[in-house]
Design a protein around this ligand. Structure first.
Ligand SMILES: CC(C)(COP(=O)(O)OP(=O)(O)OC[C@H]1O[C@@H](n2cnc3c(N)ncnc32)[C@H](O)[C@@H]1OP(=O)(O)O)[C@@H](O)C(=O)NCCC(=O)NCCS
Length: 137
């Protein structure tokens, strides 16, 4: 996927927080530890370094949500991260993002930390980030 396609789907999906721009995606993709899988309907961006994987973002276009796309993509990126040597995966998610937390719990993630006031909201108070971990077995 191109930075433009990534930014387009991200903007459509992220209604609660600032969407990432095309140039931010382009910068992330210059990092050799960054990987992207999926398509304009649903994509995941992740990094694998020193045996650990981190999900940077995942987004399903609103027209394609609740069809199991993100669930499948979580399995796909886990498989790719494992193939690249990762044994565990991390992510952080806004504490009020109940759809994403439900998705991650379904994929085997458990909470391992909290970052107070980590996410900015345009017209609301800052939101904590929940840090989650999953063993890649
Ligand atoms: C979170 C997100 C990626 C889920 O994508 P999706 O393709 O719709 O998810 P799936 O259809 O694969 O859902 C898999 C499971 O996740 C959970 N889930 C997904 N969306 C949910 C919702 N709106 N409410 C409650 N649970 C939800 C459910 O357990 C679901 O299984 P079910 O449909 O059998 O109940 C999507 O809602 C999205 O893009 N949101 C905006 C961006 C975002 O918040 N990304 C995560 C940032 S950390």
């Amino acid at each position: 996927m191109t930075p433009q396609e990534l930014a387009h789907t991200h903007t459509a999906a992220f209604t609660q927080s600032r969407p990432w721009t095309e140039s931010e995606f382009a910068d992330l993709l210059t990092n050799r530890f960054t990987h992207v899988i999926g398509n304009a309907d649903c994509f995941a961006l992740f990094q694998v370094t020193a045996g650990e994987a981190e999900l940077l973002t995942i987004a399903t276009h609103p027209n394609s949500q609740r069809q199991g796309l993100a669930l499948r993509l979580m399995q796909d990126w886990h498989a790719k991260a494992k193939a690249l040597g990762a044994t565990r995966a991390f992510l952080d998610v806004a504490a009020d993002n109940h759809p994403a937390i439900a998705l991650y719990q379904r994929c085997g993630y458990t909470t391992c930390g909290l970052r107070k006031g980590y996410y900015l909201r345009e017209k609301a108070e800052k939101i904590d980030a929940v840090v989650m971990i999953c063993a890649l077995t």
